[in-house]
Design a protein around this ligand. Structure first.
Ligand code: GAL
Length: 658
C-alpha cells in the first residue's frame, strides 16, 4: 500500500496521454488545456514500444524525453508506463513463437494489441529489458510520479511454451504425477497420466473437459501473468527505487480472468498502489451508479481498505461496450465523485484527447473530437475544480462494517463444465447483493473468504462454491459476527472434488443437511411461506442443528431459510436465491446511516486517522433531498445544516462538524 504523495499533490486527476499520435503543436495546446482543467498527472508511454524500441537493439528515447520534459515544464506529473502490453510487428516477426495460441491451436497474428504469450522466453526477456532501460533513463526525472507496469494483464496462451510452463507449475503445486492424477480425478474417463509429457493445456478436446484440469490452468495462467508483472516491477525497482509502482487491474464486476487477491498481495504494500480501470456495462438490471460502487468497493477490498486509484474510466461513451452509451449531463461528475467517495485517491480516464485514428477513435475522451467547447470538457473542468477542492480528503479511508465474499477460484470453479445449473454464476449474484445493499445505503467491502473478517459486523457469502474448510468463517461467527450464506456454497474443495455430505465444507457450521438440489429453470420461481419467493435454485434440505425460519410453500417443501446461533454470533443459510433481498435485510435489521434517504441518494463517509470525517453525498435522482448533518461543503465552501437540500443530480462533500 502506498500514498502517491508527495509526487502528486492532492487527488490524482488526468488520463492516458498519447501525444505520439499528434503533431508537436498540439502538445502545447494539450498542456495549456490540462492546466486549465486542473489535470495533475497523466499516464504516458502505454503503447509506445514501437517508438522507443523500433528494431532489435535500437533504442530511441528522443520523443519520450520530449514528452517527459514537456510535462515537467507544464507542472503535470507522469504515470510512466513500460509499454510492454503491445509488442510491435518487428518483434513478433522476429520471434513468431511469442504470438499467442488459442485453445483451438490457432496462432493469433499481430495487428491489434496484447499479442504475446506470457510463457515465451523471448517475450519475458524483452519486457524486463524494456522496463530496465526505461527505469534507468527516467529514474529521477522531475515529471516521474509513478511507474505503470504493462496494461490490463489478461492474456492466456495454449502453445508449447505454455505446455512446458504449465507442467513446471503443476510439479510445484502437486509434486508427482500420482498427486496430479488424484487432484484431477483422472480415473474418471480413463485419463490417467503416466508421463509428464502427456500433460497439456486444456486445448480443445472431443467432449466435456476435466474440470480439475481447467481450474488448474486458470490458476497457472493468472500466476504466469503475475510473474511477468513482478519481473518488470522488480526491474523498475532496481533502477528507480522508492517511486510507487502500479498496474491497471480490471476489478470491476465482469472480468474474472485473474486471481486479483493474489495480485493484491503484490500491490498492496509499501511503494505499490492498487489501481483499477472501470468501464460500465450499459445494459442489464444493475444501474450504472451501483456498478460504480461495486467496482470501487472491490478495489478498496483489494487494497484492504487502504488507498487505491481509479486509473481509467470513460468520460462519455465506451464504444466497444456495444451500442452507443452517451453519459447524461452531470453523470460523469457523479460517477467520478462516487469513486472518490468509495476510497479512490483520484479520478482518471482513458484518454486525455480522442484519437483521430485506430481501433479506439470512437472511444470518448476528456477532450473529445468536438474540442474544448463541449459538454464533456466543461464537466472535465468542473471535476478538476472539485478534486482540487477535495485535496484534504486524500489519505482518509472508508470503514465498512459489512462485506460480501468474493473468491476468484470459486468463480472459476463454478464456471467449469458440467454444472447442475446454468443460472448459478457467482458474479451476477454478488453484483445483485451488492446493488441491493447499495440501494439501502449500506457501504460494504468485497473481501476474500480467507481474510481477517473481524472488522465486519456482517458478512455475506451469496455464492461460494469452492471452499476447502470452514475454519475462517467459523472464527468470524464465533467471534460475534453474522454470516449469511447463499445456496451452492461450500460444495467442492480446492481440486473441485465434491465434499462428501452436502453442503460440504459448511454443513456443520450451518447446521443443515441438504438431501438434494432442485435447480430451477430460467424465469421459474418458488414460493416461500413468508410471502416472498426464490429463483434459480432450491433444495430438499433439513435442519440438523439450526432453526428453520422460512419454508417452501411449493415443491420441494420443507424448510428453506435457516438461522443458527454459534458462539457470540449468528449464521444464516438460504437454500434458494431470494428474488427480493430486502425482507432478509429487514430481518437482519440492516440499514444505512440515514434510513429515510430515497434510493439513489448515496452517502459514504471517509475518515482520517486524526478523526476528521467527510460525508460524500451524491444525489443520483431527479429530486432534491435533505442530508441531516452539519459541516461545510468542500465543493462550494458553504456551511451545511440538516435543513440544506442536496439538489437533484448533484453532489456535496461535507467536512463534518464534530
Ligand atoms: C482499457 C485499456 C485502454 C483502452 C480503454 C478504452 O481497457 O486499458 O488502453 O483501450 O480500455 O477502451
Amino acid at each position: 500500500m502506498t500514498d502517491i504523495v508527495p509526487t502528486v499533490e492532492g487527488l490524482a486527476f488526468g488520463g492516458d496521454y498519447n501525444p505520439e499520435q499528434w503533431p508537436r503543436e498540439v502538445w502545447d495546446e494539450d498542456i495549456a488545456l490540462m492546466r486549465e482543467a486542473g489535470v495533475n498527472i497523466v499516464t504516458v508511454n502505454v503503447f509506445s514500444w514501437a517508438g522507443v524500441n523500433p528494431a532489435a537493439d535500437v533504442w530511441e528515447f528522443g520523443t519520450l524525453d520530449d514528452i517527459m520534459d514537456l510535462l515537467a515544464d507544464g507542472g503535470v506529473k507522469a504515470d510512466l508506463a513500460t509499454s510492454t502490453a503491445s509488442p510491435p510487428p518487428w518483434f513478433s516477426q522476429r520471434h513468431p513463437d511469442t504470438l499467442p495460441v488459442d485453445p483451438e491451436g490457432r496462432r493469433l497474428n499481430y495487428g491489434a494489441r496484447a499479442e504475446y504469450c506470457p510463457h515465451a522466453p523471448a517475450f519475458q526477456e524483452a519486457v524486463v529489458e524494456m522496463a530496465s532501460k526505461l527505469a534507468e533513463r527516467y529514474a529521477g526525472h522531475p515529471a516521474l510520479a509513478m511507474w505503470h507496469i504493462g496494461n490490463e494483464y489478461y492474456r492466456s496462451c495454449y502453445c508449447d511454451h505454455a505446455a512446458a510452463a504449465f507442467r513446471a507449475w503443476l510439479r510445484e503445486r502437486h509434486g508427482d504425477l500420482d498427486a496430479l492424477n488424484h487432484a484431477w480425478g483422472t480415473t474418471f474417463w480413463s485419463q490417467t497420466f503416466t508421463d509428464w509429457e502427456q500433460v497439456l493445456p486444456p486445448r480443445i478436446s472431443a467432449e466435456t473437459p476435466n474440470p480439475g484440469h481447467v481450474l488448474d490452468f486458470k490458476r497457472f495462467s493468472s500466476d504466469a501473468l503475475l510473474k511477468l508483472f513482478r519481473s518488470e516491477a522488480e526491474a523498475v525497482e532496481r533502477h528507480s527505487p522508492g517511486v510507487p509502482i502500479t498496474t491497471n487491474l480490471m476489478v470491476t464486476g465482469d472480468f474474472s480472468g485473474i486471481d486479483y487477491h493474489k495480485w493484491g498481495e503484490h500491490l498492496n504494500r509499501e511503494d505499490r498502489l492498487v489501481a483499477t480501470d472501470h468501464y460500465l456495462i450499459p445494459e442489464g438490471p444493475i444501474e450504472a451508479e451501483a456498478q460504480v460502487a461495486f467496482g470501487a468497493d472491490a478495489s478498496r477490498g483489494l487494497a484492504r481498505g487502504g488507498p487505491w486509484l481509479l486509473m481509467e474510466q470513460a468520460a462519455n461513451s465506451s464504444a466497444w461496450r456495444g451500442g452507443y452509451f452517451a453519459k447524461k449531463p452531470g453523470e460523469q461528475l457523479r460517477h467520478s465523485l462516487s469513486y472518490v467517495a468509495h476510497g479512490s485517491e483520484g479520478a482518471m480516464f482513458f484518454q486525455w484527447r480522442a484519437s483521430r485514428y485506430g481501433a479506439e477513435r470512437w472511444h470518448s475522451a476528456m477532450l473529445p473530437h468536438g474540442g474544448p467547447e463541449s459538454k464533456t470538457f466543461r464537466e472535465v473542468k468542473t471535476l478538476g475544480d472539485w478534486l482540487g477542492r477535495l485535496a484534504e480528503v486524500k489519505g482518509s479511508v472508508v470503514q465498512s462494517k459489512a462485506a460480501i465474499l468474493l473468491d476468484f477460484e470459486s468463480v472459476w470453479a463454478s464456471a467449469t463444465p458440467g454444472q447442475p445449473s446454468g443460472h448459478m454464476a457467482p458474479y451476477p449474484e454478488l453484483r445483485r447483493w451488492h446493488a441491493a445493499l447499495w440501494r439501502r445505503g449500506v457501504t460494504c467491502d468485497l473481501a476474500g473468504p480467507a481474510w481477517d473478517l473481524s472488522r465486519y459486523d456482517v458478512v455475506f457469502a451469496p455464492s461460494l462454491y469452492l471452499l476447502d474448510d470452514d475454519a475462517n468463517l467459523r472464527r468470524f461467527v464465533e467471534g460475534g459476527g453474522t454470516l449469511v450464506v447463499g445456496p451452492y456454497s461450500g460444495i467442492v474443495d480446492r481440486n473441485d472434488h465434491v465434499h462428501p455430505g452436502l453442503p460440504g465444507a459448511l454443513r456443520e457450521l450451518l447446521g443443515v443437511r441438504v438431501e438434494e438440489f432442485v435447480p430451477l429453470r430460467e424465469g421459474q420461481t418458488v414460493a416461500l411461506d413468508d410471502g416472498t419467493e426464490g429463483h434459480a435454485w432450491s433444495e430438499i434440505v433439513r435442519a440438523e442443528d439450526a432453526e428453520a425460519v422460512v419454508g417452501y410453500t411449493d415443491y420441494p417443501g420443507g424448510p428453506a431459510i435457516f438461522r443458527r446461533s454459534l458462539g457470540e454470533g449468528l449464521v444464516w443459510y438460504l437454500s434458494t436465491r431470494p428474488t427480493d433481498l430486502n425482507p432478509l435485510f429487514d430481518r437482519l435489521d440492516l440499514h444505512g446511516e440515514f434510513p429515510g434517504l430515497p434510493e439513489g441518494v448515496e452517502t459514504v463517509r471517509r475518515t482520517h486517522e486524526d478523526g476528521r470525517t467527510y460525508l460524500f453525498a451524491i444525489n443520483h435522482t431527479e429530486r432534491p433531498s435533505l442530508i441531516p448533518i452539519k459541516g461545510t461543503d468542500l465543493l462550494t465552501g458553504a456551511s451545511w445544516t440538516p435543513r440544506t437540500h442536496l439538489h437533484a443530480n448533484s453532489a456535496a462533500v461535507i467536512r463534518e462538524t464534530q
